[in-house]
Ligand binder design. Structure first.
Ligand SMILES: C[S@@+](CC[C@H](N)C(=O)[O-])C[C@H]1O[C@@H](n2cnc3c(N)ncnc32)[C@H](O)[C@@H]1O
Length: 348
């Protein structure tokens, strides 16, 4: 039975709130699922301990039973923003928050906050049947991080080796919680658990196009791909052609299908991308950072063989169709520039 069935019906579901758990009945699968259970208390307490310090600006995604929220409050954050999307849980959250002046409630999905400028010292992710999680959480957190931001999340595997669970980040550390005693349930049945922690630094804002940046770019394979931030801030896309000739630039690329609000096509398919994707172009003799929809006929693109490609024509497909995009899983310590169809693109 597909996870999507749960995703599709969770938000409309009537949740059952008991002292020790929140559950719901999924009509399509005809089974009862736990959203949250109180045996997780030691995990949540420890999570707050490893990821929240007094005075932090905290972002918590998913309120559930408020166990983690209470643990965060106990650590005296400067501010505590909680984002929650289920209407019944929101009622509980608003009641809980009523006497807590440092709590800010955001109604909706955490991914909708990506374009808000606020940054945080601590980001805690514990959602449920979350359609955005593996596609955008790492980029989301990187965008929202203050320097030294502590990021922690629900570790569905419970262990320390699952790369999917670690969002392909390097240097994730773990704190073990032992002595758990979960009653049999549909999501976690082990007596120990490892809390993940990733420290992020604030992403540098703005950077010039220096010669050294251009020549240090080392990725050379041909493939059109994108980073997932693109869902909000621009993508490089290719249509689903099952193109077996495309070389994948890095191992960890996950194609996802998504709707794009219009696609720009530069030089008859040389670059096919959404308008907000950053790119470097040469205009009036200097390299500048622009976004795709600012490119003009006559601009130059940088090609991998160190030549320049003149922009001869630009078309825009405004239809709302679905494209396959591939997320570039870049190593965060490396340059974020890359090539698509031999043309230099910029991720951040
Ligand atoms: C496992 S519970 C959170 C438990 C919480 N950490 C606690 O200590 O009680 C997951 C919560 O995330 C909420 N949720 C699911 N998807 C979400 C999303 N995309 N954005 C915000 N909240 C979400 C669910 O409605 C649910 O309340």
């Amino acid at each position: 039975m597909s996870e999507h069935l749960y995703r599709d019906s969770y938000l409309e579901a009537n949740l059952t709130f008991e002292d020790d758990k929140i559950t719901w009945h999924c009509p399509q699968t005809n089974d009862t699922r736990e959203v949250m259970m109180d045996w997780e208390q030691p995990i949540m307490t420890k999570m707050a301990e490893v990821a929240v310090e007094a005075g932090d600006h905290v972002l918590e995604c998913g309120f559930g039973m408020g166990i983690l929220s209470n643990a965060v409050q106990a650590r005296n954050p400067a501010s505590h923003t909680i984002v929650e999307c289920h209407p019944q849980v929101l009622v509980k959250l608003n009641e809980w928050a009523a006497d807590k002046p440092n709590v800010i409630v955001k109604e909706g999905k955490w991914a909708d906050l990506i374009d808000e400028g606020t940054r945080y010292d601590s980001i805690l992710m514990d959602t449920y049947v979350d359609d955005n999680l593996h596609e955008v959480f790492d980029t989301f957190a990187e965008t929202k991080a203050n320097d030294g931001c502590k990021v922690s999340w629900w570790n569905f595997s419970g262990g320390t080796t699952d790369e999917w669970m670690m969002f392909y980040w390097n240097n994730v550390t773990f704190t073990e919680v032992t002595g758990l005693n979960p009653p049999e349930n549909t999501y976690y049945n082990r007596d120990n658990y490892f809390i993940p922690l990733k420290i992020l630094n604030a992403k540098p804002v703005g950077y010039g196009v220096e010669e050294s940046t251009l020549v240090s770019v080392s990725n050379t394979d041909k493939v059109a791909f994108s980073n997932v931030r693109s869902i909000y801030n621009g993508v490089l896309t290719r249509e689903d052609t099952n193109d077996s000739t495309a070389n994948v630039i890095q191992e960890k690329i996950e194609p996802i299908k998504m709707k794009c609000a219009g696609i720009w096509n530069i030089n008859n398919g040389l670059l096919v991308a959404t308008g907000n994707h950053p790119i470097m172009i040469k205009r009036s003799g200097s390299w500048v950072e622009k976004i795709i929809n600012e490119i003009q006929v006559g601009d130059k693109l940088y090609k991998i063989d160190n030549t320049e490609v003149n922009v001869d024509n630009i078309t825009f497909d405004s239809s709302d169709k679905e494209y396959w995009v591939q997320k570039l899983r870049h190593n965060e310590d490396e340059s974020f520039n890359y090539f698509a169809n031999d043309i230099l693109i910029k991720i951040k």
